[in-house]
Ligand binder design. Structure first.
Ligand SMILES: [Zn+2]
Ligand SMILES: [Zn+2]
Length: 273
């Protein structure tokens, strides 16, 4: 009963927000420029354009990292990055929609702390478009969001990966299986983690739910940001350990080595993995 009331309340709040954004001149939630038209996605035209820039090709055939050295990319038809050549990742294939720029970081923060469901669906459409352009590699039996630990879920009330994964599953016509994975250990509370700490904190932190049937399943694993790939790797190990046939990672954004100016513009609290 309380859940139903909560859901009505949140639906009502969503409607009010939508109406308010139609009626009042609102600032772009990325660059603060006043928006001239009301929209459920509170970004100006320039910011929207910036967010829809896809990653520069060629990409690593396995993890999707842009390959910077043209010579390395030309040398083979299926180029692989250094990490994939040393078989670091347990997932079979991963792709991201765009680069994790300061603009993207602000958009993801809004999704993370603003319960911005329309934005989740907007990102889902971008990911569905990416799959449509290259369907090979993405075949899956279930769409699974990367989970937050319980404390974080309680604190935030929702999981931002789920806000993207759920509409994506609907668009693809693939079952959404939110509770296939569980996070066993919470993430440490400090915001900035080194690359090594990121790997260490997620190692063994995920498991499949005891009632989940994973055997021979092909899983499409969805998250907001691919930072080091440690989270997708830990989830993939849990799924493969339980018998999954294939795990494909898909994220909205991909952290790449950026110029110092871009680095400085990124919001610390968003670099969570
Ligand atoms: Zn803007
Ligand atoms: Zn790679």
């Amino acid at each position: 009963m309380a859940r139903a009331a909560d859901s009505v309340r949140s639906h009502f709040r969503g409607m009010c927000e939508a109406l308010a954004s139609l009626a009042l001149p609102a600032p772009c939630r990325i660059c603060t420029q006043i928006l001239d038209t009301g929209s459920l996605i509170p970004f100006c035209h320039a910011c929207m354009e910036g967010l829809t820039q896809t990653l520069p090709e060629p990409l690593c055939a396995q993890c999707g990292r842009p390959i910077v050295s043209a010579a390395a990319a030309e040398a083979v038809s299926q180029p692989q990055c250094r990490l994939c050549r040393s078989q670091v990742y347990a997932f079979d294939f991963a792709r991201s929609f765009g680069a994790y720029t300061p603009r993207m970081s602000r958009a993801i923060l809004l999704l993370k702390y603003g319960r911005a469901a329309p934005l989740g669906a907007w990102f889902a459409r971008r990911l569905a478009g990416l799959i449509e352009r290259q369907p090979q590699g993405f075949a899956a039996d279930a769409v699974v969001p990367v989970h937050l630990d319980r404390g974080r879920l309680r604190e935030r009330g929702y999981n931002q990966a789920e806000l993207i994964a759920k509409p994506l599953a609907r668009m693809l016509g693939i079952p959404f299986r939110s509770y296939l994975l569980v996070r066993l250990r919470p993430r440490p509370s400090q915001l900035r983690l080194t690359r090594r700490e990121r790997w260490e904190t997620v190692r063994g932190a995920y498991a499949t739910h005891k009632t989940a049937r994973v055997d021979k399943l092909r899983v499409l694993l969805v998250d907001d940001v691919f930072t080091t790939g440690a989270t997708l790797d830990a989830c993939s190990r849990a799924l493969k350990g339980a018998g999954a046939a294939r795990v494909v990672g898909l994220t909205v954004a991909r952290a790449l080595p950026l110029s110092p100016a871009l680095e400085a513009g990124l919001q610390d609290q968003d670099l969570e993995e």
